[in-house]
Design a protein around this ligand. Structure first.
Ligand SMILES: *Cc1c(COP(=O)(O)O)cnc(C)c1O
Length: 413
């Protein structure tokens, strides 16, 4: 899949073709009684691909995983080492381990993220330093990070929140200044660009994607690790499969010498099955079409919700791609109801909602475990207290968006 920003943004005909194409799983526009929070875009191609694998006699890591990696490599510029794994959590763990993070080290992480970003640092016995986020983009606040960085800090893990890419030159300059590795959590960001350059093609230690069920593309469960550092690639490849000295594909090939391997580390079991990879190959093929369909829904939301007491998610800068993974809106002080009341109203109307996120510093485990206890996180706190994440998914119809908007409008009147 080629990412051409101009092409993706232009062409009403292309946009209409996507909007009019009703996926097998979508309801008719006329019978909307409920709107799910998310709906995976699984079509006939994915189903056929899985059947083919099931009939092939080869279920685990093999030719499909290899093909998925090759296609993913093309997407991020063709010059990277790309590793399919069974979750983004696994990929983040492998990346951090391969960066040499361990006891005594610290890692800078935005407090507004999913627990997995931070958990992998604790797997390795290192410490988490939580950082507030920027008011507009909800990505890591580098001014706050500047106050918190210590000589023990070894890495920074920016999150492309909601599918809006972080300012990569700023992140890389900050990391360079403080001697940090950058592991970017791209769980939301397929595809997203900054300065016209796709996330995963920037010069970070590693970039990790998620293919969890509700992510921009899905394999049910799955992830992808991208790196341009041969040492990180070598270590992560071994640790992905039990610490064996041979690659997954060699290990699983039926050759007479497939028994002959050495164990060079106590590795993990993080490889992706061919069943999952076959879905991934199909999803990747139309990743930009899926993104574009979410963007159309997001643009309708942005238009119709503009004059309400809501802070809406930021668009990508002109010319860049936002992957529009989620659509979190924050009730402002003028809103006549609380966040919990709005969620209850939406749910009563059959509309699925979520909250992204309760910040890590407000989760029982992390509240005790993060390193910088004297810090405050006013932006993440204010966001959390007012935020509701609205339904947004590939091929969401205009009628579904309008249904959500109508319920919100009636509630905030
Ligand atoms: C979903 C998610 C993850 C974890 O992804 P899995 O593939 O489920 O392990 C990590 N970070 C963020 C920000 C996520 O949203």
């Amino acid at each position: 899949m080629a990412i051409n920003t101009d092409e993706a943004r232009s062409g009403d005909a292309a946009a209409q073709a996507i909007a009019l194409r009703r996926p097998e799983t979508a309801p008719l526009a006329t019978d909307i009684t409920s709107v799910p929070f998310a709906r995976p875009a699984i079509g006939d191609a994915e189903i056929a691909a899985v059947l083919k694998v099931m009939q092939s006699g080869w279920l685990t890591t093999g030719a499909n995983a290899k093909l998925f990696e090759e296609k993913f490599c093309e997407l991020v510029g063709g010059d990277a080492e790309v590793m399919a794994v069974n979750s983004a959590t696994a990929g983040l763990h492998l990346a951090a381990e391969a960066c040499g993070i361990g006891p005594g080290d610290q890692v800078l992480i935005p407090t507004l993220t999913f627990t997995a970003t931070a958990a992998v640092i604790h797997y390795l016995g290192a410490d988490v330093v939580l950082v507030d986020v920027d008011e507009d983009t909800l990505t890591i606040d580098l001014d706050h990070a500047e106050q918190l960085v210590t000589p023990q800090c070894k890495a920074i893990m920016p999150v492309h929140f909601g599918g809006l890419a972080c300012n990569m030159p700023a992140i890389l300059a900050f990391a360079e200044r403080h001697g940090l590795k950058v592991i970017d959590d791209a769980a939301h960001a397929l595809p997203a660009t900054w300065d016209g350059r796709i996330i995963g093609s920037w010069d970070t230690a590693a970039t990790v994607y998620s293919f969890y069920a509700n992510k921009p593309i899905t394999t049910g469960e799955g992830g992808m690790l991208v790196t341009r550092d041969p040492e990180i690639a070598d270590r992560a490849r071994k640790m992905r499969l039990h610490g064996l000295d041979k690659g997954a594909f060699d290990r699983f090939r039926n050759t007479s010498r497939s028994w002959e391997y050495d164990v060079v580390a106590a590795g993990y079991k993080y490889n992706m099955t061919d069943l999952a990879a076959a879905i991934g190959v199909q999803q990747l093929e139309r990743a930009e079409e899926l993104r574009r369909s979410r963007e159309l829904a997001a643009e309708i939301y942005l238009d119709l919700l503009a004059d309400l007491p809501l802070k809406l998610p930021a668009r990508a800068p002109a010319g860049d791609l936002h992957s529009w993974h989620i659509f979190p809106v924050r009730l402002t002080e003028e809103a006549p109801l609380t966040r919990d009341e709005l969620i209850a109203t939406l749910n009563e109307a059959g509309i699925g909602t979520s909250v992204h996120y309760r910040p890590l510093h407000r989760m029982s485990y992390w509240a005790k475990a993060y390193k910088n206890h004297n810090s405050v996180f006013p932006v993440a706190d204010r966001h959390f207290e007012g935020v509701v994440t609205l339904p947004l998914f590939s091929y969401m119809t205009e009628a579904e968006v309008r249904r959500v908007v109508d319920v919100i409008k009636a509630a905030v009147k």
